[in-house]
Write a protein of this length. Structure first.
Length: 109
């Protein structure tokens, strides 16, 4: 299996694990309903869990952002959104002080 096929397969299984978590069903019942082999599904649940726990221990990466093209008539957003690769978003007021933002980022890392 090539890299693209592996990635496609992984995404497919991650989607099943996510749907199973939301379903409230047992792994066995979810597997039956979706025509999956229970042992294989259980193995993927374990892989996804391990991947998530590894992901949580990685440090956050700060990406530099440059705002350009703001004219005198432009308005700046009143909120700052930080979005994590795992899907959560943190909304902060647009006028947050740099020191407060720094403290929040240190706590998250």
């Amino acid at each position: 299996m090539n890299k693209i096929d592996q990635q496609t397969n992984r995404v497919r299984w991650e989607e099943h694990v996510s749907a199973w978590r939301k379903s409230g069903m047992s792994q066995s019942a979810y597997s039956r309903e979706h025509g999956l082999l229970p042992k294989l599904f259980s193995a993927w649940v374990g892989r996804v869990r391990r991947s998530e726990s590894t992901e949580l221990t990685k440090p956050l990466t700060v990406v530099p952002v440059r705002v350009s093209g703001l004219g005198a008539q432009s308005t700046v957003s009143s909120a700052l959104s930080l979005q994590h690769a795992r899907g959560w978003t943190l909304q902060l007021p647009g006028n947050i002080s740099p020191s407060s933002l720094g403290q929040i980022l240190r706590e998250l890392s």
